[in-house]
Design a protein around this ligand. Structure first.
Ligand SMILES: *Cc1c(COP(=O)(O)O)cnc(C)c1O
Length: 358
């Protein structure tokens, strides 16, 4: 068997969920499990959180149905609402909570005959300008929906654009915009993503929406997961499958993109871009071999990558390799690659077996 797996520590996810809850005593929290639980495996993550999570949040009806199949009772929120008129009746049948983010969605809901009313979350565009109603529109829809037969609870939700950059002026404006609507009658209010759960108590409201923090990565550029007491959930683990001595001046890999400056030992590792490791990772990106820090050397191939192990003499064929995980934060790899931990975690491909521990 090819030596590559994403080892997922479910107890870390349980721990991280309880960190979110401890940040905001008395509040409830939707565990955000969209995109296959940020690549970790939605079935296993929902099962691990089954008895402790207050609810789950996902990006589509298809994702929600997958959670419902595992959990009859859970509160499940569709973060972008429905995409087609036919979905409202299914959402009602399956008992989902629904975001309404546009007039078209609201009209489609009001035009639907539902087997039972839905819990609705009116989405306020408080400044991100991606989804939602402005404050005046939201007031009008609140009035129209308050007594609609399709609506059970009427709730308020918004999303931050810059909560990950601490002290960004837009964040305070967004909180103000949200607070400006609280004279209206809502059953529940929700504003906080992971960054706000961790650092903006004024944004906690009634329901938190932690995503990335559950998986032990940081939403911040300047605050690490370990500083936030988060435990990494996924370790992407491979092995050395070949070792080559490369003389100074010789090159490694496609495009001969890396040239040895000294006589070097190069390990070939069983992970490539078809597994989700970014092809654009530059030479020098950190990799752990035998637990020692080493550097990516040359271009990432489809199924393999090369690491300079000249300074790790104990490393050889079959040595364990950590691409990221419990000893090498995914956020450090992400920074080296010019991206964010979210992207690396969600892009681990289906051919990488997930192994569950904890
Ligand atoms: C994905 C998402 C979240 C979770 O964000 P994190 O930064 O991963 O905590 C929260 N709310 C909405 C609307 C989202 O789409």
């Amino acid at each position: 068997m090819r030596p590559l797996a994403a080892i997922v520590d479910l107890s870390a996810i349980v721990h991280n969920y309880s960190v979110a809850k401890r940040c905001a005593p008395g509040r409830q929290a939707f565990a955000v499990v969209k995109a296959n639980a940020y690549g970790h495996g939605v079935r296993e993550v929902v099962t691990a959180l089954r008895d402790i999570a207050d609810g789950f949040a996902v990006a589509s009806l298809e994702e929600a149905a997958e959670v419902r199949a595992m959990h009859d009772e859970a509160r499940i929120l569709l973060l972008e609402g429905c995409f087609e008129a036919g979905e409202y009746a299914i959402a009602a049948q399956l008992g989902f909570d629904l975001v309404l983010q546009s007039a078209a969605q609201a009209e489609a809901l009001l035009g639907s005959e539902l087997p039972r009313p839905l819990n609705v979350w009116l989405k306020l565009d408080s400044g991100m300008h991606r989804l939602g109603f402005d404050a005046a529109e939201l007031r009008q829809w609140h009035a129209r929906l308050a007594d609609a037969p399709q609506v059970a609870e009427l709730n308020l939700l918004s999303h931050f654009a810059c909560a990950d950059e601490r002290g960004h002026p837009l964040t305070e404006q967004q909180v103000e915009c949200f607070l400006g609507l609280l004279d209206l009658d809502f059953t529940h209010r929700s504003l906080a993503n992971s960054a706000a759960v961790l650092t903006i108590p004024a944004a906690h409201m009634d329901w938190l929406r932690p995503g990335i923090m559950l998986y032990g990565a940081t939403p911040f550029a300047d605050l690490s997961a370990s500083e936030l007491a988060l435990k990494p959930a996924m370790t992407l683990a491979a092995r050395v499958i070949a070792v080559h001595e490369v003389a100074a001046g010789e090159s490694v890999g496609y495009g001969a993109a890396w040239v040895a400056e000294r006589d070097s030992r190069i390990a070939t590792v069983s992970c490539g871009y078809a597994d989700g490791y970014p092809r654009h990772a530059p030479s020098g990106t950190p990799v752990l071999v035998e637990g020692q820090l080493a550097m990516l050397a040359g271009r990432v191939s489809m199924d393999m990558l090369a690491v300079d192990i000249t300074d790790v003499p104990e490393a050889g064929i079959d040595s364990p390799v950590e691409l990221w995980g419990s000893n090498l934060p995914v956020d450090e790899v992400a920074i080296a690659c010019g991206t964010i931990g979210y992207e690396l975690l969600t892009k681990v491909t289906a051919r990488v077996p997930r192994r569950y521990i904890g």
